[in-house]
Each structure stands twice: as C-alpha cells, then as structure tokens.
Design a protein around this ligand. Sequence first.
Ligand code: ADP
Ligand code: MG
Length: 272
Amino acid sequence: MNASPYDAGSMGLMLNELRLPTIGKLWLDFAQRSDKEGWQASQLLGVLFEHELAERAKRRLERHRVESRLDPTKTLATFDFGLVPMVSKAHVMALASGDAWLEKGATVLIFGPPGTGKSHLGAAIGHALIDTGYRVLCTRTSELVQKLQAARKALQLPAALAKLDRFDLIILDDLSYVRKDQAETSVLFELISERYERKSLLITANQPFSGWNNVFPDPGMTVAAIDRLVHHSTIFELNVESYRRRNASDNKKDRQRQLPNQDSDGATTIAD
Ligand code: ADP
Ligand code: MG
C-alpha cells in the first residue's frame, strides 16, 4: 500500500488553520474505513463535510440557548396545557414554529395573575424557537430597562438597541413590575418603537393594559406603546388559579391524607 503523502501531523495543522475541528477529529478513522471499503473520494469528502456542518449547527444551537438566558426547565414538554384550558395548544404550537409572526415582527402578550404560568409559557415558546434556529433573549423587563437607561446616560442608546436586533424575539418578563419612578422608562417605549413591525416581542404582565399607566412616563406614551404592541398581536389571558398556590394546597391535602393523626398540641404522628 502506498504511504499517504499527507501525514496525520500536517493534516491536523491544515484542518486547524481551516478551522475544521470536527474533520480534524474524524478524518483518519473515516479515511481508513474509506480505504477498506473502497469508497469514492466524493463519498469520503461528503461524509466529513456533513459531520463538520452538523457539529457546527449543534454548537450554534447551544450558544443560542446560553445567550437566551432561558430557564432550561421551562419548555413545552414540561408545560401542562390541561391547567390552562383557555389557551389553545394548537395556537401555541403554531407560534412555537416561528415563521410568519416573527417575520412581521408581531407581538405575543401573556396576561394573568402571579403564578399562572406566564413566564413558563413564554420561555417554552422561546425554547421551541431556538430549536427552529431563531435567536431569543429572555430578560426581566426591569433589568433591560436599567441597561438601556445606562446606555442612554452614556449616549449609547441607539447602539444598545441596534445590538438587540440580533434577537428575533425578546421576551420581556413582568412588564408591569416596571415603575416609571424606578427608572426613566421612556427607553422601554423606544425599544418597543424600534422593534415595531420589524422584530418581535413577547411580553408577560400581571396587569392588563389598564395598569400600564404606572409603567410609562405619561399617558400618551402608554397609549402609543399599547397601540404598537397590539397592532399585530396574539393575547393569552391566563385566568386560572396560581400553580404555586394550587401545588401548595395539593401538597397540604396530600400531607393531610398521609398524616391523618394530628395530636391536640399540633404535633403530627405518622401513621403506619
Ligand atoms: P407567572 O410567570 O405567571 O408568575 P410561572 O410561569 O413562574 O408563573 O409559574 C409558576 C410555577 O408554576 C413555575 O414553576 C412554573 O413552571 C409552574 N407552572 C405554572 N403553570 C404551569 C403549567 N401549566 N404546567 C406546568 N407548570 C406550570
Ligand atoms: Mg413570571
């Protein structure tokens, strides 16, 4: 058998220079297999390229997942649609595939009292969009407002807003916790205007629009913000009992079922 003119060392150097680490790791094994099985050269090259591309796509997805700052446990798989009968699963699944609504920069608004699954549902849509290849950022609204405010002070607001453009979707969690006296919230209005009909927002809020006068500096700005947000939007209202409260009372009931004998002093005796 002729010795290959390319030894492992020089191949490694070239693949490193070309930034093809996966081929660097795999080529020798595949080359040996190819020699043994008599592959066409194009088959060997194709297989190696495919592996490099697949590994790149996987790493890109991992980067997108990390940069999104989404809670990894809040996915569609862990979301129980049975608890929110007013939410159409089919509608959520359609949103979770992205496409049309992200392309026109539409908005998703999720309203409901605390503990009803707003953040979970928002995050679940976010994860699904990342799986499809989109880029998502999930942030507490107050945190982003503070960052944008700092950028404005440094005369960097346009650059900061432009940087957020790389995200197809920004999830603004708990918008109604933002108070206009906490920070100058006109930056929030600027974010909404900047993204209007271009890049999507998903907003969760405990209070429906009527409570938003506490968020923006003046009523005119509140109306203008809402007007932009609802123009192309899907609204989910989770008017159910708090999941946390329901869980707490279920646990209490379970405990009571397990522990039926309570002494008069309040101490609990565990029944056999
Ligand atoms: P909110 O943002 O409305 O205050 P969260 O999304 O934080 O509520 O939900 C509170 C907790 O209950 C979280 O741990 C969440 O995962 C869980 N939860 C709420 N609704 C559901 C649901 N429909 N299915 C599964 N878990 C849920
Ligand atoms: Mg929440």
